[in-house]
Design a protein around this ligand. Structure first.
Ligand SMILES: [Zn+2]
Length: 270
């Protein structure tokens, strides 16, 4: 850098140049940009609260659904056990009947007149014996089925207990967040409403339209490393210069978001 002898007057002028904003700044546009960016900052804060809270109600709803499903499952298992127990009772009384029949046949055998009659009754006894065996096998299967159902119930109950604990935790968490953020949210909402009054309807409508269309809720963004802070597309140097001049509202050519430079961001207070 070439050395330059500076007079006192020049130094003062330089200082003034540095502290005073460029002459071609349009104060009205600048105010508009500051108002828009302030509104954006306030609305982004509200979004943050909603995001933290937004996941919990869904998680609570999912848990409630899961709990209801588990309760129904356990209920169904219990109904099946009850039905199986009734089957076992029926099989028991069937066995008792068959035993009675066997006793009756055995008595008849005492009074047979010939071998043929004796054999015929023997066949009946054999048949009832088989029936009893069949009933006993079914009872065994049913008892095993009940045991299996009881295991399913125990597993479902364990899961249910854990889910109920999760639900309680999430509900408390949500309650705490609501309590913690209620005041902030109220303040921010009031601020957002108030801020809207400083923006002309035309720009407010545009702001709301862009904000609603954007997934991240950003309608006004700063230049971040030579790129749009909303869509990260590069901004040509010439355009960046125009943005820094605060002479008009400039939007990103790619995403349509309103662009501001850091000096606007620095002027915002929320
Ligand atoms: Zn963009």
């Amino acid at each position: 850098m070439a050395k330059k002898v500076t007079t006192k007057k020049e130094t003062v002028e330089e200082e003034v140049q540095q502290t005073v904003r460029p002459l071609d700044v349009d104060v009205a546009v600048e105010k508009r940009l500051v108002a828009l960016y302030t509104l954006q900052r306030v609305d982004s804060e509200i979004d943050k609260i909603k995001i933290i809270r937004g996941e919990l109600p869904q998680a609570i709803e999912d848990l409630e659904d899961e709990i209801a499903g588990l309760e129904t499952r356990i209920q169904n298992f219990n109904s099946e056990i009850e039905a199986t127990n009734q089957k076992i009772a029926a099989e028991k009384s069937e066995i008792a009947e068959h035993n009675e029949m066997t006793k009756k046949y055995q008595k008849q055998q005492d009074n047979v007149r010939n071998n043929r009659e004796f054999e015929a009754i023997n066949k009946e006894i054999e048949y009832t014996g088989l029936q009893i065996q069949l009933c006993e096998r079914r009872m065994k299967e049913d008892a095993a089925h009940i045991k299996e159902l009881q295991q399913h119930i125990a597993a479902a109950e364990l899961l249910l207990e854990n889910r109920r604990k999760d639900l309680e935790m999430k509900k408390n968490e949500l309650g705490d967040i609501i309590k913690e953020t209620e005041k902030d949210e109220e303040r921010l909402r009031a601020k957002s409403e108030e801020q809207e009054h400083f923006i002309e309807p035309r720009y407010l409508t545009a702001y709301k339209r862009i904000r609603n269309a954007a997934r991240n809720g950003l309608a006004v963004v700063t230049i971040d490393r030579d790129a749009c802070g909303g869509c990260f597309s590069k901004i040509p140097p010439q355009r960046q210069t125009e943005i820094k001049m605060h002479k008009k509202v400039i939007v990103c050519e790619h995403c349509g978001r309103i662009l501001v430079d850091d000096s606007i961001a620095d002027m915002c207070e929320i």
